[in-house]
Design a protein around this ligand. Structure first.
Ligand SMILES: [Zn+2]
Length: 213
């Protein structure tokens, strides 16, 4: 749990909404859009009548603008996940962080007319520079309380067990629409949610906040 304590020390992220009425959770996807896996995520969400939130990387939106627009068209919500997703993001000063977030927001504004206000920290990293940038742009930082670890060595079953043992109403789940393994997990997760009568909604619906300015 140290991870979350350190995170919140710099920047208050919204990680769940346990007080929500109704059996709702929010599945979130980081790092897309991805030409192969995002379409799969969209078709699975449609099949199970679920909504998700996609925290997209600007440079991927630039590469796959139509796919990005498809996400919105399907009724899901979108948020900012930096432009470069650089490994050095944690070392960027406030100005550079602001530039990254604005660049992605401008791109999205041009493509969709939407002014995003939800931010998902790249690598879950926050520090005073990032906190200042988020504040300056009047963004909301969105965390999670169920981390699937779907980008690690763990196999599908281990990932799914990890998720299902921690998922209860009000949870925000973190997945990535970047691998076949994650998409296999997503389908099993959607079946699990259906069995538990838990419905996936967009993260802004779960948190009862606005996704766009
Ligand atoms: Zn990421």
């Amino acid at each position: 749990m140290d991870f979350f304590i350190q995170w919140n020390y710099h920047l208050q992220s919204l990680n769940s909404n346990k007080k929500i009425t109704g059996n709702k959770v929010a599945i979130t996807f980081d790092d897309g859009p991805h030409p192969e896996h995002t379409p799969k995520a969209l078709s699975l969400l449609k099949k199970y009548n679920a909504k998700g939130t996609f925290f997209c990387i600007g440079k991927n939106i630039e590469k796959y603008p139509e796919l990005f627009q498809e996400i919105i068209k399907e009724g899901h919500s979108v948020g900012n996940h930096t432009f470069s997703h650089s490994n050095a993001f944690g070392f960027f000063g406030t100005k550079k962080v602001v530039e990254e977030l604005k660049r992605t927001n401008n791109l999205v504004k041009n493509l969709s007319g939407l002014q995003m206000v939800l931010y998902r920290p790249a690598f879950g990293v926050t520090n005073p520079s990032i906190a200042r940038a988020v504040k300056e742009l009047k963004f909301r930082s969105i965390g999670w309380n169920v981390r699937s670890l779907d980008t690690t060595f763990r196999n599908e079953k281990q990932i799914l067990d990890r998720i299902t043992s921690r998922t209860e109403k009000g949870a925000i789940l973190l997945l990535h629409d970047t691998s076949e393994k994650s998409m296999a997990v997503l389908e099993r997760l959607l079946v699990f949610l259906e069995e538990r009568k838990l419905k996936s909604v967009t993260v802004h619906q779960l948190l009862q906040i606005k996704a766009y300015a």
